[in-house]
Design a protein around this ligand. Sequence first.
Ligand SMILES: *[C@@H]1O[C@H](CO)[C@@H](O)[C@H](O)[C@H]1NC(C)=O
Ligand SMILES: *[C@@H]1O[C@H](CO)[C@@H](O)[C@H](O)[C@H]1NC(C)=O
Ligand SMILES: *[C@@H]1O[C@H](CO)[C@@H](O)[C@H](O)[C@H]1NC(C)=O
Ligand SMILES: *[C@@H]1O[C@H](CO)[C@@H](O)[C@H](O)[C@H]1NC(C)=O
Length: 554
Amino acid sequence: MMETPLPKAPEKRQVTAIIFLLLLWEAGSATIKYSVLEERNSGSFVANLAKDLGLGVGELAARGARILSKGNKQYLQLERKSGNLLLKEKLDREELCGDIDPCILHFQMLLKNPVQFIQGELQLQDVNDHAPEFLENEILLKISEGSHPGTSFPLKIAQDLDVGSNTVQNYSISTNSYFHLFTRNHSDGKKYPELVLDQALDREEQPQLRLTLTALDGGSPPRIGTSQVLIVIVDINDNVPEFAQRRYEVQVPENTPIGSLVITVSARDLDAGTHGELSYSFFQYSNQIIQALDFEEIQSYHMEVEASDGGGLSGKCTVAIEVMDINDNAPELTMSLLISDILENSPETVVAVFGILDPDSGNNGKMMCSIQDHLPFLLKPTLENFYTLLTEGALDRESRAEYNITITVTDLGTPRLKTDYNITVRVSDVNDNAPAFTQTSYTLFVRENNSPALHIGSVSATDRDSGTNAQVTYSLLPPQNPHLPLASLVSINTDNGHLFALRSLDYEALQAFEFRVGATDRGSPALSSEALVRVTAPRPAPSWCPGRPSRATW
Ligand SMILES: *[C@@H]1O[C@H](CO)[C@@H](O)[C@H](O)[C@H]1NC(C)=O
Ligand SMILES: *[C@@H]1O[C@H](CO)[C@@H](O)[C@H](O)[C@H]1NC(C)=O
Ligand SMILES: *[C@@H]1O[C@H](CO)[C@@H](O)[C@H](O)[C@H]1NC(C)=O
Ligand SMILES: *[C@@H]1O[C@H](CO)[C@@H](O)[C@H](O)[C@H]1NC(C)=O
């Protein structure tokens, strides 16, 4: 007789109508109460009314018993002969009562002879024929990564059309290490799922989680419904910007133009959005940086650069800039002592003492010092970066009286830079040359009868020295023949060596004579030399006409 595949235990209860027969004597009426499971087939037995009401067999038919339902719909039918009350159709509790629990359908039985109304109630019992159902397949939940363990997050509930224990009783969540599920009992009788955080979240490690939420009803076995829960971890500014390097080092040539890129520093921040957006600045700003670099002034810079995120956290790094020397300084020469007049014939003599300087470093500041080749001078290093210029030995003014010396200082940088310093050294004269006659001896001819003070010739001497050392004075030297009256015969101009006859010379008396002339310079001491002068009167011409005496005179 049973068609619905319901569990065995409640079977007896289903077929046995539970009778509440209450006789309300004052109203002269009674209410009979039955209970039946929903979804049973039409024709299913509910109760035997005749028996329950204590009526004899045949009385229901005799008195024309009828079942009246409220409204048009007839749920029940009466077998008058047997007195059995049967379901007229399959009844759906959810359709008839929805959320209302208990679900009670009212009916009346009408009897004639005498007329009698009997009130009846049929309670429709819920069967677990619906599963819990979530309205959304996916529930999106945003949770801040800063949430503390123990915080609970309400989830959306599932619907179950059944009532009582057949509706949603419990929720569970798929196994995970972050959350457990708590099912809260609400005063409305419904169960509300809440996620409870078990351990701190870290968006940077796990930005989202997918869990399965299961709703269970209280049926046996329970029916379930599921929904996906997508948990998006919302960033908090829990990461400090971090530079790729704690310390950056860079070398920059000192001639780098203003505005050139020196180095790029970079930091990262694991946070999202503005919490991860970085801006860079100097932690301690120094406006020295926007000046031209000069190795000779500042060799290195240290600065701290700060990266700040949009949430106000910041990180720092150090930048060490080493300025590299460029050979931008030519050597400099500073003359300390310069003697530009040197006496000839002196041994090794100091001409100049000077210092050299190059502010560049390394090879750019190392120097070499030289003068031209083939000069009778030499450079001697004295102290560090000090040199002495000396004559190599005695100089001879008469062979070279002036030297133009170029001192060249070159550094060893790339490119090489050099500095010239020109000095002129003059060699002063020492009276080391005697006057020299142009000839060792001179022969002068006196042809005619000369008149007194006749210019008869000249002698000449030169002196290679200079100045007074070269000024020559001529003189007649005492004759070797003490009888020669030289002083009355000739005179000499002391300045120019011109010789003059002082009287007529008589050939017959004095055919020829000779004497010495001297040349003396005016140097300290004075030097002199001498030459021989021979004066000859020519032999008279042979006599063309005998008897005419010939006579030669000066
Ligand atoms: C509800 O489900 C949880 C597991 O999710 C379980 O531990 C708990 O005992 C259940 N509660 C009831 C009343 O069934
Ligand atoms: C909620 O109610 C059920 C019975 O409906 C009970 O078993 C459970 O312990 C209750 N849970 C809480 C948290 O009170
Ligand atoms: C030295 O230099 C000066 C000036 O340049 C020049 O007049 C002179 O002739 C030079 N002397 C020598 C010996 O080269
Ligand atoms: C030094 O003298 C040389 C040769 O006369 C000349 O080329 C150079 O320019 C001079 N240097 C200086 C600094 O006067």
